[in-house]
Ligand binder design. Structure first.
Ligand SMILES: O=C(O)CC1=CCC(=O)O1
Length: 395
């Protein structure tokens, strides 16, 4: 069950969307050093995780899947199919989860002061128990101590006081339940699944997630770029505000332009696998073999858009889309495409009785003559399929 995350949006919604996911014990104001600058050329969405800031804090334990599911639900509510994800610490773990499990929703990934596993799990189990027993205030000072270098803490006591308030304002159960999520999560095996262009930012004096942890992340994600900033501790986006903002901007800008080509290739790859699973390998192989320089732009277009974009969307499963396609093709009377989709459906094991229902339904809304033709095509396709099956069983 997802919760409605409290969030703030800045910048023009027509600009590229940048999602900011923060650390354990923070709220969306931890991103104040970035929000203003980024929103000059991006649509910035800063989020409070469940159990943090203004978001609901249901009883735990939470999992990384829960925390990431909340973010996906928020993106759905905002109508954002894909975003540039920037995550620090716990937010970086959620970013990794999203990029590995929902690659189409992550345009680029920026991971700051985070880890692919927050070892050892016992540390988080103990911290959750302490907070549940003694309250968040009992650990607030030790948390903030690791967020900034001692030099900055000495120079700017107001900064420390503001961040102490931030930690103390986190609900006990929300904080503890996020510790549970950190204890159970291990994303190391998923790093190789991440295809989003990835920037990894570490801070030299970060004792919670030191640079070596970021080297392992950068090694695990193909093509990831690593920067180590100094001075800086766990909240490097505050202590190195300008450098972090510039790195994020440059990463998003570079990846937004390079990769029109890469993005087209990625959409083509996704489209090809959806197309194969719906129409079958034999059909797709025939279509590829018969492609000529004249037809290639059209093949590329339908693979990227019809299959790589619309058919690949999560809102409807493939079976439902298949039935819709059969009904629409019946209604518009496109015999050639209808015949192809009828045969693909039967080859994929769709029960012929479902086709009967679709064609009958279409008769009500689109007219008897079109459904009559659909029944004839279906009958022929069934006969051909039976012949082919008999033929192969006789061989
Ligand atoms: O609170 C800490 O010690 C460090 C940390 C781990 C996950 C997170 O968000 O912060």
């Amino acid at each position: 069950m997802t919760v409605n995350l409290h969030h703030e949006q800045r910048g023009d919604p027509a600009m590229p969307p940048v999602l900011l996911l923060g650390s354990l014990g923070s709220n969306l104001h931890m991103w104040d050093p970035q929000i203003h600058a980024l929103s000059a050329h991006a649509h910035v969405i800063a989020v409070d995780h469940r159990g943090h800031g203004g978001s609901p804090a249901p009883a735990g334990p939470y999992t990384m899947t829960d925390l990431s599911g909340d973010v996906l639900a928020l993106l759905d509510r905002l109508g954002l199919h894909s975003v540039h994800v920037v995550g620090l610490s716990l937010g970086g773990a959620i970013g990794q989860w999203l990029a590995a499990h929902h690659p189409q929703r992550v345009r680029t990934l920026t991971l700051i002061c985070t880890a692919a596993q927050f070892a050892p799990p016992q540390k988080w189990i103990d911290r959750a128990a302490t907070v549940r027993t003694n309250g968040i205030a009992s650990i607030a000072e030790s948390v903030v101590e690791h967020w900034f270098t001692p030099e900055l803490a000495q120079r700017d006591p107001d900064l420390i006081a503001r961040h102490l308030e931030m930690v103390r304002g986190t609900p006990d159960e929300g904080y503890a339940a996020c510790c549970d999520a950190l204890a159970e999560w291990d994303g190391r095996g998923d790093l190789a699944r991440i295809v989003a262009p990835t920037l990894v930012i570490a801070a030299e004096q970060d004792t919670r997630t030191p640079p070596s942890v970021h080297e392992a992340i950068a090694d695990g994600i193909a093509g990831a770029e690593l920067h180590v900033l100094s001075p800086g501790a766990h909240l490097a986006n505050v202590e190195q505000a300008g450098a972090v903002t510039r790195l994020i901007e440059r990463h998003i800008e570079r990846r937004a332009s390079v990769p029109l080509d890469a993005a087209r290739r990625a959409a083509h790859d996704v489209g090809m696998s959806v197309r194969r699973s719906v129409l079958g390998d034999a059909h797709v192989d025939r279509a590829i073999e018969s492609t000529t320089p004249f037809t290639e732009p059209f093949q590329d277009f339908i693979t990227r858009t019809a299959w790589g974009d619309v058919w690949a969307r999560e809102g409807l499963d493939h079976h439902t889309r298949r039935l819709l396609t059969l009904a629409i093709l019946t209604a518009v009377g496109n015999e050639h495409e209808l015949d192809m989709h009828i045969r693909a459906a039967l080859r994929a094991g769709v029960d012929p009785q479902m086709l009967v229902e679709v064609f009958l339904h279409a008769a009500v809304y689109a007219g008897v003559p079109n459904s009559n033709r659909a029944f004839a095509l279906g009958k022929q396709a069934l006969a051909d399929l039976a012949d082919a099956t008999d033929g192969s069983s006789r061989q």
